[in-house]
Design a protein around this ligand. Structure first.
Ligand code: KG4
Ligand code: ZN
Length: 352
């Protein structure tokens, strides 16, 4: 079984060809970062136009690198949401057009499901398992019980964790995206110099909150001499904010492990997924936490943690194998929670 996967929900225009034996035959990712950087964040209209301009070429490149023609495909999968609606429409329409022209099944993939199932593409991971999904738009702890079967244990009540890194970087005058910048600058910094809060740490449950941390960081910066920040101060601020975020993530995940264990005593794996999983300090803390809990720790390689088409193609294969295909009348879903029955997080903002 070979599936073409298309990802356009944020700022990467991506297409990949993956087969049932878990071979990634091609994985082309065109980052739009340079187009958005001058604005310090992703501009949805620019993203949608850029997807429209480049998606055809990205798909053609993926097919050429995979060495297959459209007639070799068994299905076309595209991110159907959640995400920026303009980009999702471009990906879904293109996927449907190929599926219609070649009479192939079309599979609309939930972007979060793509991240959550990636561990099964890269490692032997059986259901059920626990996933920490840490991206620029989402921060959730989920039990993956099966394809399409997710139980949300916790979510952010305000910012996503990647967003927290991005906003922290912006306050310090660092570039976008902020996560990699903060991680690089934190090296050699003193994580104890600034006493930043650890929001929700020690409280029951598995929800996250980062807005208090943001405010505290702003105050810490305001207490420094006016003018551009010194490199030493940036390093110490970055180390302090990264330590606070990692400690919070670890605490919330520890609670989720307890809940996961109570529900699935035989469950044995903790997975981290999403762009923030690239953070080495976070990976280290989670791998130690998993070891203490007697769980296996799985972190897909970085290129498959940030947005890509392979995760969409793989989720497409998982769905296609179960006959879970969509009609050409599928309507893009800018909001699409993986666990619609999850209780609303207390004080929640707009994030699903
Ligand atoms: O999953 P992703 O590529 O896109 C979304 O679906 O959001 O995640 C992007 C996010 C950005 O917020 C970026 O700052 C963050 O992941 N990120 C990191 C690191 N690399 C990327 N955060 C912390 N440390 C990193 N090394
Ligand atoms: Zn993502």
């Amino acid at each position: 079984m070979i599936v073409l996967g298309i990802e356009t929900s944020c700022d990467e225009t991506a297409a990949a060809v993956v087969d049932e034996t878990r071979r990634v035959r091609a994985n082309v990712v065109l980052s739009q970062i340079a187009k958005h950087r001058p604005y310090g964040g992703i501009v949805p209209e620019i993203a949608a136009r850029a997807h429209l301009d480049s998606l055809d070429g990205v798909i053609a490149r993926a097919m050429a690198e995979a060495g297959v023609g459209f007639d070799a495909l068994d299905g076309v999968a595209a991110t159907g949401g959640p995400g920026l609606i303009g980009g999702v429409i471009v990906g879904v329409m293109t996927g449907k057009a190929i599926a219609a022209a070649r009479r192939l099944p079309f599979i609309a993939v939930n972007h979060l499901e793509g991240h959550a199932l990636t561990a099964r593409l890269t490692h032997d991971v059986a259901f059920p398992y626990l996933v920490l999904l840490a991206t620029g738009g989402h921060c959730q702890l989920l039990v993956v019980e099966g394809v399409g079967r997710y139980r949300r244990l916790g979510t952010t009540v305000d910012d996503a964790v990647g967003e927290a890194f991005d906003k922290a970087a912006k306050m310090m005058g660092l570039g976008f995206p902020g996560g990699p910048e903060v991680e690089a600058r934190a090296k050699g910094g003193n994580a104890r110099r600034f006493a930043l809060p650890r929001p929700l740490k020690g409280r029951p449950g598995c929800d996250f909150s980062f807005s208090g941390l943001k405010t505290a960081l702003r105050q810490a910066i305001a207490g420094l001499p006016p003018g551009p920040l010194a490199d030493r101060d940036i390093a110490d601020l970055c180390a302090s904010v990264q330590a606070a975020i990692v400690e919070v993530m670890e605490d919330r995940t520890a609670h989720a492990i307890e809940a996961f264990r109570a529900r699935h005593p035989a469950g044995d794996t903790l997975v981290v997924a999403g762009g923030v999983a690239a953070n080495a300090a976070l990976r280290e803390a989670l791998s130690l936490l998993a070891a203490r809990a007697g769980l296996r720790f799985v972190a897909p390689p970085q290129a498959l943690c940030t947005d890509n088409g392979a995760m969409i193609a793989w989720a497409g294969i998982e769905r296609l194998r179960l006959g879970l295909v969509d009609g050409l009348d599928f309507a893009p879903r800018p909001r699409w929670p993986l666990d619609p029955d999850a209780p609303r997080a207390v004080g929640a903002g707009v994030k699903a």
